[in-house]
Write a protein that binds this ligand. Structure first.
Ligand code: BES
Ligand code: MN
Ligand code: ZN
Length: 492
């Protein structure tokens, strides 16, 4: 993790300096100061480079003076169109592109953003994540990779105070990314649950772990059916955070936690099967989000429920055609053992409603491949039984860049999962609208009228290639979205 420091304005310029400019090569106030200090070198250099000041353009001016190694000019686009996202993305791009070990950053207050340094710092910090834990020969630590950023600000104490919750949120994102990255031989239901115990309990989160025997006793037949082909026992983890002053019914978050999804007897094809170590991203996001709440001592009452299991084919595995009894009492005809996420969620959604009677319930799951067919990897699927909740989540998605797109739920889609032999089947008859029928299945295991949203994050939880905005691998998609949501709509 890179270190972020806030300081008052330095009395002289040295090393690597970062300043901003707006579209049309309009230098910011600080950039003009640096330019004056350099006798106009900045203006001259920009004049002979392909740099116009558009958002995400970056220009490097090398060694313009004896003490100054380089000046980096970061484009921010039109000044009045500059939003927090613009700065966050500029910070990400800067981290990915600029070669320096440390730098001093000068970002002046904007009409719309009083402390632009905060969002830029957050972007750089988030972009710095990578997962190198299992390399015994570490990648040559480049002397030109940012390790520390110093921001020159008017009021150091105010900046530090305002940055604290962003840092705590980044720690939640990193926790989720780290978990999603772990292979399934290391992270399985039992070890995942222990990690919650070790990492979250010391922060004041109440951690309760239900093992296989307890799940059997209470009757989570659907979750147990999924887990029965694996030698790894399933777990359900209940996380509870009650912040200072928080009272009343909690807001609940449920996460699909398949530490590996082979498909079971309906085995997945070989190509890409290794990616199914990430099928616990929903649970990881709930974990990271609860970590953030605890770190920043958020004044909310939340519960996080993780449904942890491994879906494997074996002599003891669930068969296509099996009928299982869920915790709710409803029976399910299991037509495809690879549609296992909804079976796990059926039991934990019911459990959450029954035990906590939450005022809002949001689940996150890498539920269907069909969601990336529909939406690609830029948007996660949003399903909800409450328009106000859906609208709130959509706007938090825009604010954080963790964007959502709402899909419909209707009676006809619901009918598609009716069957004669049980109360419901885990596969639609038509084969159409696979992400929607999956959501309809989940809806049958709520105790309505709870206000509910389901986020299908199968397309957004990891990426296959590195971009200026994101390192390849786990994205932690959802942690910042939920944190923004709870700040705006949940805190007392
Ligand atoms: N975990 C998968 C969904 C998935 C696929 C996530 C690809 C990320 C990338 C889920 O359990 C699954 O296998 N869904 C099936 C459902 C089908 C059998 C109805 C799918 O999407 O193919
Ligand atoms: Mn599956
Ligand atoms: Zn799955």
């Amino acid at each position: 993790m890179i270190s972020i420091v806030f300081q008052s304005f330095p009395s002289h310029f040295s090393g690597t300096l970062v300043v901003s400019a707006f579209e049309g090569r309009v230098l910011s106030v600080s950039a003009r100061k640096v330019d004056t200090h350099l006798h106009g070198a900045l203006t001259r250099a920009l004049g002979v480079q392909a740099f116009s000041g558009k958002a995400r353009e970056i220009c490097t001016i090398l060694a313009p003076a004896p003490d100054i190694d380089q000046v980096i000019v970061v484009g921010l686009g039109q000044e009045d169109a500059c939003i927090t996202r613009t700065l966050e993305e500029a910070g990400r791009q800067f981290f990915a592109q600029v070669r320096a070990k440390e730098a001093v950053v000068f970002l002046d207050p904007l009409p719309s953003i009083a402390q632009p340094a905060l969002a830029f710092a957050e972007g750089a910090l988030l972009r710095s994540w990578r997962f190198t834990k299992y390399r015994t020969t570490k990648p040559e630590e480049s002397p030109l990779r940012i390790t520390s950023l110093t921001f020159a600000v008017e009021d150091v104490v105010a900046a530090e105070r305002a940055f604290a919750p962003l840092l705590q949120r980044a720690q939640g994102v990193f926790a989720a990314q780290d978990l999603v990255s772990e292979p399934a031989n290391i992270l399985y239901p039992e070890s995942f649950a222990l990690r919650a115990q070790e990492e979250l309990a010391p922060l004041g989160v109440r951690v309760e772990i239900l093992d296989g025997a307890q799940l059997k006793k209470i009757g989570m037949g659907a979750l147990l059916g999924v887990a029965q082909g694996s030698t790894r026992e399933p777990r359900v983890v209940v996380l509870e955070w009650k912040g200072p002053g928080a009272q009343g019914a909690p807001i609940a978050f449920a996460g699909k936690g398949l530490t590996f999804d082979s498909g079971g007897i309906d085995l997945k094809p070989q190509k890409g099967m290794e990616e199914m170590i990430h099928d616990m991203a929903g649970a990881a996001v709930v974990f990271g989000f609860m970590k953030t709440l605890a770190l920043r001592k958020a004044p909310v009452h939340t519960v996080g429920i993780l449904g942890l299991a491994e879906n494997m084919p074996s002599g003891s595995a669930q068969r296509p055609g099996d009928i299982v009894k869920t915790l709710s009492g409803k029976t399910v005809h299991v037509l495809n053992t690879d549609a296992e996420g909804r079976l796990v969620l059926a039991d934990i959604l019911w459990y959450t409603c029954d035990r906590f009677n939450p005022r809002i319930l949001i689940d996150l799951a890498t539920l269907t491949g069909a969601i990336s067919v529909a939406l690609g990897s830029e948007f996660a699927g949003l399903f909800a039984n409450d328009d106000t909740l859906a609208d709130h989540l959509l706007s938090c998605g825009i604010a954080t860049g963790e964007k959502l797109w709402r899909l419909p739920m209707t009676k006809n889609f619901d009918k598609d999962i009716d069957t004669d032999v049980a109360d419901v089947k885990n596969l639609g008859t038509s084969g159409e609208g696979g992400s929607i029928t999956a959501a309809q299945f989940l809806k049958r295991f709520l105790k309505e009228p709870v206000s509910w949203a389901h986020l299908d994050i199968a397309g957004t939880s990891w990426t296959r290639k590195t971009t200026p905005l994101m390192e390849k691998g786990a994205t932690g998609f959802g942690v910042r979205l939920l944190d923004t949501f709870i700040q705006q709509h949940g805190e007392c």
